[in-house]
Write a protein that binds this ligand. Structure first.
Ligand code: NAD
Length: 398
């Protein structure tokens, strides 16, 4: 309730501090995190009963968790981590991204006030006040911190995995959306635009490139235009876009991460309406806009001869992150084949990427998707230790 009551203030604050994203979409993300993150109901004990007695397996806290959070979903990650970690009985010390520290600390204050109002202890969640990489490292080394949870790019995941402590890493992705000739093309076009433009493409699960089977590629592009894509047709404009959005033609220009399509178009000097949701172009699969996790509403389309080539291409551009992939197809065999081949933590069929985290799709939500360490979509049980308690020769009532 505390988050729901403050969702608008927090969302506006996040956009103004990080200079990324879309506040209306962040309201939806914050509400989703508050309403759909499981709590204690996620922790079901197991009982094994027989002639030799009763054995219980129960979830226990780790103690104090050090949680390192990103700039892309700053409050959302704090909300879902807090609910899951507290439900499992832990306390938390957050190390927020330095570029999102004010909104992250405000979020923590609001949650702590709500905890106290509900009769809970003071400071069950706390934060580093002046977060830096050095402070995050101090947190990782602190002897009283028993578990580490990192939500961010490859560097922080590597750092927690090298800590020698129990660590959960939720890392980068580069989600492809594969569309074959059996798909409902209008819906597929609508879905990829909705997913890609959500919060200006900041979610790690958001569509980063489309792989389209040749037979339907032109129709798909037509439908994407109708759904709000601006297609860059000239090589000269594409070259200017590469200069703007990449540094030295290679790495992502962080200035443009989470900026709107309208802002990118304006900076390119191309007049357009605010209704342009994504900027698209047809490229080959080696193009840096396909290869890099841009986190901008820029959606390259790669044409492939058939679904087999599409699966191969999608696996290649996902770089083995095993994070998220989408497929639009009416062929169950192909859907299964791609899901098996790409091995992503989240695989969405015939929907926008965010259906995979419970927004318009079934299932609970999280903003910490632990691909590298395999916990998948994290929830309270992820942040708990399993313990076994054995009573011999009693309490069996069979
Ligand atoms: P980031 O890696 O720059 O920062 C994330 C956090 O890690 C911040 O708190 C930062 O201060 C800290 N950090 C970074 N390098 C560190 C190091 N060497 N040692 C200690 N701490 C370090 O990421 P970001 O820009 O905030 O977020 C975007 C990235 O995070 C994208 O790659 C995105 O895919 C990924 N992400 C993944 C998930 C997921 O659930 N898998 C969720 C959100 C974001």
């Amino acid at each position: 309730k505390a988050v729901l009551d403050n969702a608008e203030e927090l969302s506006k604050m996040a956009v103004s501090e990080t200079k990324m994203g879309n506040w209306e979409h962040k309201v939806l993300k914050n509400r989703l995190a508050a309403a759909r993150t499981p709590g204690v109901e996620d922790l079901n004990s197991e009982a094994m009963s027989g002639d030799n007695g009763l054995t219980l397996v129960e979830f226990s806290p780790f103690g104090v968790i050090g949680a390192i959070t990103p700039t892309t979903n700053p409050t959302e990650t704090i909300i879902c981590n807090t609910i899951g970690m507290i439900a499992a009985g832990n306390g938390v010390v957050f190390s927020p991204h330095p570029m999102a520290k004010a909104v992250s600390i405000r979020m923590i204050e609001i949650i702590n006030e709500a905890v106290i109002q509900a009769g809970g202890p003071q400071n069950i969640i706390t934060s580093i006040l002046e977060p830096t990489i050095e402070q995050a490292n101090n947190l990782m080394k602190h002897p009283k911190v028993k578990m580490l949870v990192a939500t961010g790019g490859p560097a922080v995941v590597k750092a927690v995995l090298s800590s020698g402590k129990k660590a959960i890493g939720a890392g980068a992705g580069n989600p492809p959306a594969l569309i074959d000739e059996t798909a409902d093309i209008e819906q597929a076009a609508r879905d990829v635009i909705l997913g890609c433009s959500f919060d200006n493409n900041l979610p790690c699960i958001a569509e980063k490139e489309v792989i389209a089977v040749e037979q339907i590629a032109d129709r798909l592009i037509g439908c994407m235009k109708e759904s709000g894509a601006y297609f860059v047709a000239s090589g000269e404009v594409l070259a200017r876009m590469e200069n703007l959005l990449l540094v030295g033609g290679k790495t992502v220009n962080k200035e443009y991460v989470g900026k709107s399509a309208f802002k990118i178009m304006s900076d390119l000097g191309i007049p357009c309406g605010e209704d342009v949701k994504v900027i698209s172009m047809v490229t080959d699969c080696g193009h840096p806009f396909v290869q890099h996790e841009l986190m901008m509403p820029v959606l390259p389309v790669v044409r492939v001869r058939n679904v087999e080539e599409g699966i191969k291409t999608a696996i290649e551009v996902e770089h083995g992150f095993r994070h998220t992939a989408m497929m639009h197809s009416m062929d169950v065999g192909r859907l299964s084949k791609f899901a098996k081949a790409i091995q992503t933590t989240i695989f969405v069929k015939n929907g926008p990427s965010y259906a995979g985290i419970g927004f318009g799709g079934e299932g609970f939500t999280t903003f910490t998707i632990a691909g590298p360490t395999g916990e998948g979509l994290t929830s309270a049980k992820t942040f708990a230790r399993k313990r076994r308690c054995v009573l011999t020769n009693a309490f069996n009532i069979k």
